[in-house]
Write a protein that binds this ligand. Structure first.
Ligand SMILES: C[S@@+](CC[C@H](N)C(=O)[O-])C[C@H]1O[C@@H](n2cnc3c(N)ncnc32)[C@H](O)[C@@H]1O
Length: 334
């Protein structure tokens, strides 16, 4: 399993619907031919018999191979293991907790772009939602399928897995989704805007857009709390021209220089792009304030209390501003 950045991959239009037993894959054509008036139906995605998918030829410029980063300090190959650590579990539980405050009731149709090993897809399918994961990494899809195999059939039937780059989601899975998730993905694309604009495009007016990205201005906190002082100083860095990163200008407190984060790691920039694309912000949550420095510590018996403390801090300033990740929830206007 190699959950590498999307830009390492040749995106293809495979249907990786789950469960696989007795369910032949749909061809790329069926997926591409979905009418754009709404999300493709579960039946169409998961049950079209016959042809194998046809791999697409050629790639747009933005899909040229590049290694853009690691998963929040974790090598991407270890992402599945990371999701079982305290940091991973806290992140997923906080994301779920925020989303239930904003999503329409089930059975709404949710699209999870870059859904990885399917943690949120499974969570919301259990809650009665219809979830489609659009994920470019076949290894991640294998892991998602494995996780879903253990779920009750009624839950598995609510999930579809589609292989492909999120920037091509409109063509791959259609538009009109009640909510679109994109959690922990924008650090893998060279520029956040094309991906963020697609999230808005594929979501119906009034629908929810949920994005989790790094909190660039506070990234030095983890190294500092771990006592890695040289790393801390390096991450605090010297100012760089905003023009070279394409990100929003940022200024430090009390006249101190601030690091200008890459565009996708700058919460102000992410929010501005979403707003310019036709959304309004509903909420912004901080994720991992007290737990981000704990490495691969597994969850303990106090997990619920940890999540409650993180939730309380992540919903208020000044704590939210030093969180490792920022969860943006927007609503599409038109
Ligand atoms: C850190 S994992 C997050 C997985 C999941 N969203 C979660 O929160 O657990 C990042 C995922 O983004 C996917 N990804 C990277 N670039 C992408 C792109 N351009 N479109 C869609 N997914 C992408 C990776 O393959 C990987 O599965």
């Amino acid at each position: 399993m190699q959950p590498s950045p999307a830009s390492d991959r040749h995106p293809s239009v495979h249907d990786h619907s789950v469960p696989t037993r007795g369910r032949p894959p749909a061809s790329g054509r069926e997926i591409r031919d979905q009418p754009t008036g709404g999300p493709p139906s579960r039946r169409t995605i998961t049950r079209v018999p016959g042809r194998r998918p046809e791999p697409r030829r050629g790639r747009p410029a933005e899909c040229e191979p590049q290694v853009l980063g690691v998963v929040d300090g974790t090598e991407t190959a270890d992402y599945v293991a990371h999701t079982a650590t305290l940091r991973g579990v806290v992140r997923q539980r906080l994301v779920t907790r925020a989303l239930v405050e904003h999503l329409p009731p089930p059975p709404a149709r949710l699209l999870d772009i870059g859904g990885g090993n399917g943690v949120q897809a499974l969570e919301f399918a259990r809650r009665g939602y219809e979830v489609t994961v659009c994920e470019p990494d076949p290894g991640m899809l294998v892991e998602a399928r494995r996780a879903l195999a253990d779920a009750p059939e009624v839950v598995r039937r609510r999930v579809a897995l589609v292989e492909g780059d999120g920037r091509e989601a409109a063509r791959l899975v259609g538009i009109g989704w009640d909510a679109t998730f994109c959690h922990g993905v924008i650090m893998f694309v060279p520029e956040p805007a094309p991906l963020l604009e697609v999230l808005v495009e594929v979501t119906r007016p009034g629908g929810i857009i949920s994005v989790v990205g790094k909190n660039g201005p506070a990234l030095a906190l983890r190294a500092g709390l771990q006592g890695r002082w040289q790393d801390t100083t390096a991450q605090l860095g010297e100012p760089t021209p905003a023009a070279s990163t394409g990100s929003a200008t940022s200024t430090g407190a009390a006249g101190q220089p601030a690091v200008i984060p890459p565009g996708g790691d700058d919460p102000a920039n992410v929010s501005a792009i979403l707003t310019a694309a036709g959304t309004r912000p509903l909420a912004r949550y901080g994720i991992r304030i007290f737990t981000d420095h704990l490495g691969d510590t597994p969850p303990g018996p106090d997990l619920d209390a940890v999540v409650d403390a993180e939730w309380a801090a992540g919903t208020r300033d000044p704590y939210r501003g030093i969180a490792r990740l920022i969860h943006h929830v927007h609503c599409r206007l038109r």
